[in-house]
Every structure is written in C-alpha cells, then in structure tokens.
Design a protein around this ligand. Structure first.
Ligand code: ZN
Length: 293
C-alpha cells in the first residue's frame, strides 16, 4: 500500500512538468487577445491589456500591466505602429522574451496625413488579413511552446478557415450595395483595409489615430463633401467620442446608421464580444446603413 502511494506520488511529480501550466500570454488589444485565445485553446491563458471598448491609440499602461508582462511567456501585439506604448512597457517590466507581431506578413496600407506618410495599423478589418494573423499567432505560440505545436497549428488553420469564409460572405454582402452608394462616414480612419478589400469608400473627420484632433477646416470640408456627394450613411464607433460624428450627421441631414466596432471588442453582453462577431456586425451594419437611404 505504502509503495503504491509512493509510486503514485512519483508519477504525479514526474507528470507535473509534462502536464505543464498553460503558456502565459499577454496580448495588447482585445482583437489580438481573442485570436490568441481561439488559437491557443486550452494550452494558453491570455491576459489582454486593453479593456473592452477602449481606444487603442491613447492607452496608458499601468504598473499592473508591467507586472503582467514580467511573468509572461509571450507578448503578442498588432504592430504597424498601433501600440506606440509597448516598448516603454516592455522596458519598465523587465520582460526579455519575444514580442510577436500579429500583422507580420500583411501588406501595410500607407496613407498621407498632414503631408507625411503614415502606416495604417487597422489591418484586422480585412478578414483575409485576420486569417494571416491567426497563422502568424499559431506560429508564435508554437515557437514559445513547441510541445503543443500541433494543437496551435490545427486550431490556427481552423480559425483562419472561418475568417476566409467570413471574407467571402462580406464580399457577397457588399456586392448587394450599388457601387455609388458604397460611401460611408465614420469617426476615425479605421476601415481603410476593409474599404480596400470590399470596395467601400470611408471618409473620417479624424485621422488614422484618434489622438489627432479633427481640424475645424477638415470637418467643414468633409461636411461640404458629404452634401456634394449625397452621402447618407454615417456611423459611430464604440471606442471614441460620438459627438463629432453626431454633429456632422445633423449638419448634413445624413442618418446615423448605428455603431461600428473598429478596434475594440465589447464585453460579453455587447454586440461584438469576439473578433468574428465584431467583423460580422460591422459588415451587416455597414450594408444595412448604405442600403437604407
Ligand atoms: Zn484606430
């Protein structure tokens, strides 16, 4: 009896490293955190730095965020200049392992802003890019935790396939809207990749980052353009102040077509609790808004 107990105890001791605690991953924005959770499955725990509905551009990391990084096995960010705060946070935390960039391999969109060329970070709003993110994240997880590489690859592929199905669905949905009606106003320029992938023109009073104040002259010019082109579809965003877009709608007689979720998931009870649901919601809302008038 005693010997059997000892045997079991030894087996438990030996089994502990193999059963290993899940890979401790810290993700920057909620979209990235959700993809990591889907691809990582039971082999990871994910801590997302940005809370639901947060603005990714002007995030201020806290000392708790530095603590989370300090014990992480892997950090995953979007990249393309979105997380301007990540280098300082990594340094403050003493984190020395890999910072994986989910957007690696995506063709970046460059935009002219204030006479300078800037990179658009919102690549996930094209679902085909989202599929690339899934595969890149699967590879990063496998590198950090080779024992579970097969699981990461299988879940990464399955998830990428769902995104490619969404991509095909979105193309069919936008095709229902006549080309001349595919013009939309939103708060900030977060849908450049979506517009390029699915043939929709987005106009926004704020630039690529919500940190840029909308200039009065730009807003006036946008109002003129909305009137001249007869644009009727105006949308709010969950992650920033609705007042400017609401004013533009009033000034032009355009209708508010609902709320879009450009870069931050909602809580579980909101309409965009996952990346897949966020993308589906945005496409449905855009298509309904453009077809309404
Ligand atoms: Zn943004």
């Amino acid at each position: 009896m005693k010997r059997m107990f000892l045997g079991l105890a030894l087996a438990a001791l030996v089994a502990t490293p193999a059963a290993a605690k899940p890979l401790d991953v810290v993700a920057s924005i909620s979209v990235i955190g959700d993809i990591v959770a889907e691809v990582g499955g039971p082999d990871v725990t994910v801590m997302t730095l940005l809370p639901p509905d947060a603005d990714a551009h002007d995030f201020e990391p806290t000392p708790q965020d530095a603590k989370a990084l300090a014990h992480a096995d892997l950090v995953v960010v979007n990249g393309l200049g979105l997380e301007g705060w990540i280098d300082r946070l990594v340094e403050a935390s003493g984190y020395k392992k890999t910072v994986a960039v989910a957007s690696e391999g995506v063709s970046p969109r460059e935009m002219e802003e204030h006479g300078e060329t800037e990179t658009d970070p919102h690549a996930w709003n094209d679902a085909a890019n989202g599929a690339r993110y899934a595969r890149t994240i699967a590879a990063a997880l496998a590198k950090a935790d080779p024992a579970h590489a097969k699981g990461y690859a299988a879940r990464g592929e399955a998830y990428a396939k769902k995104l490619m199905e969404l991509d095909a669905w979105a193309k069919a949905e936008f095709a229902k809207v006549p080309a001349e009606k595919r013009k939309v106003i939103t708060s900030h320029e977060a849908f450049g990749y979506l517009g390029a992938a699915y043939g929709v023109e987005f106009l926004a009073p704020m630039g690529l980052s919500t940190e840029d104040e909308a200039a009065a002259a730009d807003v006036a010019a946008l109002i003129d353009q909305i009137k001249a082109e007869g644009i009727k579809a105006v949308f709010l965003e969950n992650s920033n102040d609705p007042r400017l877009v609401t004013e533009i709608a009033k000034a032009t007689g355009a209708k508010l077509g609902g709320t879009l979720y450009p870069e931050s998931l909602t809580g579980a009870s909101g309409p965009a609790p996952t990346y897949l649901k966020m993308f589906r919601h945005n496409v449905s809302t855009l298509v309904a808004g453009m077809r309404a008038d």
